[in-house]
Design a protein. Structure first.
Length: 250
């Protein structure tokens, strides 16, 4: 997969991109850039309508200079609908990537863990990921406790009389049910649009959890079955005390 994506990027950079108005600015920074592919092409979920998302990360001072030369940050973006796959390129300062990878957002960490590095001569991405992963692991227990608190909100949904409130509570519970199997293994997880697919692919109970969430959304009374599956996963991962003493611990 990596080689196919690298060829897509190479073909675009060596052909259509050279005709684009952004190319003079890109060429100024090409040798110093961290170039990575994120999105569906980077983790094997692309289809005919998927964009090829490329991030072009450059030193902060150079980015400031290029923004000034280009007449605004909006002129440092590519959205090429005439190429297949559609290509999106963003030129970003390094501080932007550093701020994104602060280790507090499992979804962002997952995205960059699965990014494909096209050019990274100074190993910038790997170092940022090492630091972000360490910070993520330091807060994993807190994330687990919050998610387990959210899954327990499903207990009171049947008693809720307000439709919007019930929907919000159900959404929180389902999001937690999809996240906890990852967090229990000390792993980050993808954005909601990919979470259920990735859970099915990567967890032995994934298909069961997704099916129960879908049934619950469709109106079936399956919450207790869903909680039972999540509890079994948590207990297997060593969080039996959290399950047993939930209300006292939270």
């Amino acid at each position: 997969m990596n080689s196919n994506v690298q060829k897509l990027v190479s073909d675009y950079f060596n052909g259509p991109l050279k005709q684009h108005s952004i190319y003079p600015f890109l060429s100024e920074a090409l040798d110093r850039a961290l170039i990575i592919v994120t999105g569906s092409y980077s983790f094997g979920m692309s289809n005919e309508s998927s964009d090829l998302d490329i991030e072009f990360i450059i030193p902060d001072v150079l980015h400031t200079a290029l923004v000034e030369m280009a007449g605004g940050v909006q002129h440092l973006w590519v959205h090429d609908e005439n190429y297949h796959p559609l290509v999106d390129i963003k030129i970003r300062p390094l501080i932007w990537l550093q701020n994104r990878l602060n280790g507090s957002d499992p979804e962002v960490l997952w995205i960059y863990q699965h990014a494909i590095s096209i050019q990274d001569s100074e190993q910038i991405l790997s170092q940022l990921l090492t630091d972000a992963t360490r910070r993520f692991r330091s807060i994993t227990l807190g994330l687990i406790m919050q998610c387990y608190k959210d899954i327990r909100t499903g207990v009171t949904i049947s008693a809720s009389r307000e439709t919007l409130g019930k929907t919000i509570m159900m959404t929180r519970t389902i999001e937690a049910a999809l996240a906890l199997p990852f967090l229990s293994r000390g792993e980050p997880y993808p954005y909601p649009k990919w979470k259920s697919i990735w859970l099915i692919k990567s967890h032995k109970q994934g298909a069961t959890i997704v099916s129960l969430c879908e049934q619950w959304l469709a109106g079936k009374q399956v919450y207790e079955a869903l909680r039972e599956v999540i509890n079994s996963i948590m207990i297997e991962a060593g969080y039996q005390d959290l399950i047993k003493h939930f209300w006292r611990k939270i």
